[in-house]
Design a protein. Structure first.
Lengths: 107, 209
């Protein structure tokens, strides 16, 4: 029930956003596909950062366990904050890539 | 340069699409619940020599995590059903606070389990260490069959470790076996499954199981 409600509401606001974009803001509908593609690229970049962050932290935990006489739990890397941090890193990196691909503005 | 960028874009796009599909399927389908149920197998609730409740997590102030509480309650329930004469509770401390095993033992005593039927082990820090410590604790007592209590995803890794330690293992999942409908609960369950899968993979590669 809850899942259906959430999915229906997200669908509804997405349709609303499409109408606002196409009618009120005059955005070309033909560019929506390309925009979705860009969104997928950004999500992909965030996931790459997430994978790199988690893999690196697990490796550090294992190295510390192997070298030092202290125990560090692998669960230390199990924190939702990684998703938020990876989101910031991924979006920033993707914007940087995007700006590098644009022609210089002269400023 | 342009070709490399475009190839990079394609890779990102594919990963992004896969991530979004995985997220939507996890949140809006019963996949996580089904996977968990499949991993749980059906619990073998038969009379055994001991009940072993694996550690979860405890806060530095001494509050058991939800999963730790679930496992403890399941262990207490098994004892009260007369399925074994001994209840072994595991779990160390976090940041110098009380140990999980002692907090669990206090809870078990509150539920009427006699103190001499409870054993605690507070030094093990990983599942592998838990199997070794429990072996050292129970071998002199001639314990062979154990009811092993932990969450379903964790059982896949814990069961072979305890079997290697010489026990005949009857896995008892601590998970509430009802399908969660809320997307957030489904995502949380999928997160546990992914984490446990990675743990299982690491143990396989390291040759522990």
């Amino acid at each position: 029930m809850e899942a259906t409600f959430i999915a229906a509401l997200a669908g509804l606001t997405s349709i609303g956003a499409y109408y606002v974009g196409a009618r009120a803001l005059g955005l070309p509908s033909a560019r929506l596909g390309a925009a979705v593609g860009k969104m997928l690229e950004s999500v992909g970049m965030v996931l790459i950062f997430l994978a790199v962050n988690l893999t690196t932290s697990v490796l550090i935990v294992l190295v510390v366990r192997g070298l030092a006489d202290t125990f560090v739990s692998a669960y230390a890397v199990d924190d939702a904050v990684w998703l938020g941090l990876s989101l910031i890193q991924g979006l920033a990196f993707q914007s940087w890539r995007g700006s590098a691909a644009e022609p210089a503005s002269g400023r | 340069m342009d070709t490399t960028v475009r190839r990079g874009d394609r890779v990102c796009r594919t990963i992004g699409l896969a991530g979004i599909v995985f997220f939507l399927v996890s949140a809006f389908s019963p996949l996580a619940y089904r996977l968990n149920q499949w991993m749980a197998d059906s619990p073998r609730l038969v009379a055994s020599d001991a009940i072993v409740v694996l550690g979860g997590w405890i806060s530095p102030s001494g509050m058991l995590s939800l999963e730790s509480l679930r496992r403890t309650n399941r262990g207490i329930e098994l004892y009260r059903r007369g399925l074994a004469p001994v209840l072994i509770l595991l779990g160390g401390s976090t940041g110098g606070g009380p140990t999980e095993a002692e907090v669990r033992a206090a809870q078990a005593r509150l539920h009427g389990i006699p103190a001499d039927a409870i054993l605690t082990e507070t030094r093990a820090r990983t599942t592998r260490e838990e199997a070794a410590r429990v072996k050292a604790l129970l071998e002199p007592r001639g314990v062979r069959t154990v009811l092993l209590v932990t969450n379903a995803g964790h059982l896949a890794r814990a069961r072979p470790l305890f079997e290697r330690a010489g026990f005949e293992v009857r896995g008892v999942p601590s998970d509430p076996l009802v399908g969660a409908d809320a997307p957030e609960s489904r995502i949380a369950q999928m997160r546990v499954l992914v984490k446990e899968f990675l743990g299982w993979l690491y143990y396989r590669i390291a040759g522990y199981i």
